[in-house]
Design a protein around this ligand. Structure first.
Ligand code: T1G
Length: 696
């Protein structure tokens, strides 16, 4: 069945695209469009309408075709035909017209859209730029400022805003086809000109030039080194300084540079990895997730409050429970304060916040949870305390209620063991701040039912999280790997690198925040208390925590106490290097007989990224993670790993597994061999030449 059909309706040639799930501009769609455009050029239609079936207008070029030899007709071939078509052309948009899809609409003379529709050019999120004229037509229609925002941020623009900016010409209510046909008839009746965006003038004012210069600086900082945003700004400048065809040629040149840039390969990997993570290997397709109509959160602290906000914002009623009314009140006040800041920043309106808060009820009585579908415990990180909570929940909650723990480290099985429903117990590990961080680790206990897992994954997506399934081990996926990463950071410190050098090296490499600064942000006492519950062998070598312990014992807990590894400006909270900490590290090194030396940034990055991926390979081999790309999702959505490097497992593949293994062996010879035991899976793949992606 053709994915593109054409028929005449009241002298209007209607091209209908039907290529589920998102009408991606595949080769079949491009070919069908070329045939339809040829037919329409010759028949007695007075105008041409392009519309899509299914949930959205064309959502862009078919990303799955990238990296393969282009097949004619290319998107540009088809758009050249559309742009110069002899009939009046109109696009009718619903859902999200994105990327090459919106570029197709921009090649029409006019665009109408449902009031619920959005338009966008999200290529930058794939490390690309609009490669089919989007950077040349958008500024001509909407001006430089809107073009800069739309293309460098890549977020969709609602129809009404697109109308105001000039990117669309008509908003339609109700039935799109009927509204679009009326609109086309009106254009015909008014003898509307075949207006082409390419013919519109565009030049940069001084204000525009300043906006571009400022965007270059802010984007370099915000994206931590992504190339595509800078190239997009080059394209917009070209749109003002070159004629249209030359500007198009410049865009193609910069698009090709993006397409062959390793950053784009990494970001396209992340696009599919995020979606792949939602799929549970080996699960019977007939297992359907349950609907979650109500949620209880135990613990009205920072995490519990943040988790409550996630569900309330998704329209799911929440009961936020704590030990007494004072604690509940404090929790609700903290949430209100959080939203007050969001309203000031324009993220929510007062009305939206009132609607969200109406979904949150405070309580200090477990009986209020008797009919709740899902309860998430977010109390103090201590097994006995959590087990007491689960005993209470088990006795109060309805038989089919799902009981989840937000624990970071405790055993889900030890928690489930105190209930009569271990098959309905699992981990739902949120990341702080819970209402902001996208990652959600869904932790399967030994007895957790598939339906419970499927339900947690589905409700995680519903509340805007990126859920990743993890098996049970200490630290699940992310925190277990973080220990290896943190160990190497601590060892670099005691061996002679300064906190600022370690953090600077990792942040210049692309991490959102260096590991030493992360420790100060989280609070050094958290690790200190966790280590108190560990055996000496679990704690590892003193060198990997001696400085942190000394700082805690000196009362330097990090940002919360005004000083940790760094001093902190009380006003700006900017970190300030502290020579006394460098001296402390030197003293600790002397105590342990470690001779300090200068360490390069390259060694710091190598050691930390290899330690991360080596532990990731163990996690993969043990079946704690379903696939290597899931580990990448965990790190890019939960730990500030740069998307343009594709995650820790992608990074080690990119350098070559054999190269990585040889480097780790060299480190083992020159540093601490215990730390550099190459994961057997990496050794095996390095020898066989297989990739982590192929291994299951
Ligand atoms: N190509 C191929 N497959 C795509 C796709 C695309 N553009 N978009 C989505 N899919 C698949 C996706 O992998 C998933 O597959 C299914 O569709 C549902 O997606 C020249 C070069 C449209 C907002 O970047 O943002 O045009 O897992 O789960 O949550 O300038 O998909 O079911 O097998 O995300 O409702 C620019 C990317 C391309 C848009 C829908 N376009 N897509 O979200 O569903 S580059 C984009 C999205 C380009 C030109 C350039 C979202 C969505 P599966 P989903 P959703």
């Amino acid at each position: 069945m053709s994915v593109v059909t054409y028929h005449l309706k009241d002298a209007i040639g209607v091209i209908t695209i039907d290529n589920p799930p998102v009408n991606a501009m595949s080769h079949a769609v491009r070919s069908g469009l070329v045939d339809a455009l040829d037919t329409a050029a010759e028949d007695d239609s007075q105008a041409l309408l392009i519309i899509c079936k299914g949930r959205t207008f064309i959502a862009g070029a078919d990303i799955s075709e990238f990296g393969k030899p282009p097949k004619s007709p290319t998107l540009r071939d088809m758009l050249d035909m559309l742009d110069s078509h002899p009939k009046l052309t109109v696009a009718a948009i619903h859902g999200t017209a994105l990327g090459g899809g919106f570029e197709t609409a921009l090649c029409c003379n006019y665009r109408c859209a449902l009031d619920t529709a959005k338009v966008g050019l999200p290529e930058v999120k794939l490390g690309l730029l609009p490669g089919a004229g989007g950077t040349q037509r958008t500024p001509r229609l909407a001006g430089a400022a809107d073009a800069i925002t739309l293309i460098t941020q890549g977020n969709p623009m609602p129809a009404e805003q697109a109308l105001t900016s000039g990117l669309i010409d008509q908003v339609v209510q109700g039935d799109l086809l009927a509204g679009a046909v009326d609109y086309v008839h009106r254009l015909i009746a008014e003898d509307a000109p075949r207006r082409r965006a390419r013919d519109l003038p565009f030049s940069l004012s001084d204000e525009d030039r300043e906006a571009i210069a400022s965007a270059r600086k802010s984007l370099a900082k915000k994206t931590r080194g992504e190339h595509a945003p800078q190239r997009i700004l080059d394209c917009i400048e070209a749109a003002a300084t070159l004629d249209f065809n030359s500007g198009l040629a410049r865009e193609r040149e910069l698009f090709d540079a993006c397409m062959t840039d390793p950053q784009s390969a990494a970001m396209r990997h992340m696009f599919f990895a995020e979606r792949q993570a939602a799929k549970i290997q080996g699960m019977d397709p007939s297992v359907a997730p349950r609907d979650i109509g109500s949620v209880g959160i135990i613990g009205a602290g920072t995490m519990g409050g943040g988790i409550a906000m996630c569900f309330a914002q998704a329209g799911i009623p929440v009961t936020l429970l704590d030990m007494n009314s004072d604690a509940v009140t404090a929790g609700l006040d903290r949430i209100r304060k959080n939203y007050a800041i969001s309203v000031k920043r324009g993220r929510f309106s007062e009305e939206q916040v009132n609607a969200i808060m109406a979904n949150i009820e405070g309580s200090s009585d477990y009986a209020d949870l008797a009919e709740t579908d899902l309860v998430i415990e977010a109390v103090f990180e201590n097994l006995a305390v959590k087990q007491d909570v689960f005993r209470s929940l088990d006795s109060v909650c309805k038989a089919d209620a799902i009981l989840a723990s937000n624990t970071s480290y405790q055993s889900i099985d030890d928690i489930a063991a105190v209930t009569s429903r271990p098959q309905s117990v699992l981990g739902t590990h949120f990341f702080s701040p819970a209402n902001v961080m996208k990652l959600l680790e869904v932790v399967r206990g030994a007895q957790t039912d598939d339906e419970i897992i499927a339900t947690a994954m589905a409700v995680g997506k519903k509340i805007g999280k990126v859920p990743v399934l993890a098996g049970m081990c200490y630290g699940f996926i992310g925190n277990r790997m973080l220990r290896s990463y943190g160990r190497e950071a601590q060892l670099c410190l005691i061996e002679g690198a300064t906190p600022a050098q370690i953090d600077g090296a990792m942040e210049r490499w692309g991490m959102a925040m260096g590991p030493i600064a992360v420790g100060d942000l989280a609070g050094l006492d958290i690790g200190y208390k966790a280590r108190e519950q560990l055996t000496p062998e679990q704690k590892g070598k003193p060198a990997s925590y001696i400085v942190a312990d000394r700082l805690v014992e000196m009362g330097r807990l990090g940002q919360k106490s005004g000083a940790g590894y760094y001093q902190y400006d009380p006003e700006t909270r900017a970190r300030i290097e502290d020579p006394s900490v460098i001296e402390l590290a030197a003293q600790c090194a002397a105590e342990l007989g470690i001779k300090q030396r200068s360490i390069t940034d390259e060694e710091i990055v190598d050691r930390l990224t290899l330690a991360l991926a080596n532990e990731g390979a163990r996690i993969l081999e043990e079946g704690i993670a379903q696939r290597a790309s899931d580990i990448d999702v965990v790190y890019c959505f939960g730990y500030g790993f740069p998307r343009h490097r594709g995650g820790p497992m992608w990074t080690i593949e990119a350098r070559g597994l054999d190269n990585a293994v040889q480097r780790m062996k060299a480190l083992g010879n020159s540093l601490d061999a215990d730390n550099w035991q190459v994961a057997p899976l990496l050794q095996q793949l390095a020898e066989s030449g297989e990739s982590l992606k192929d291994w299951q």
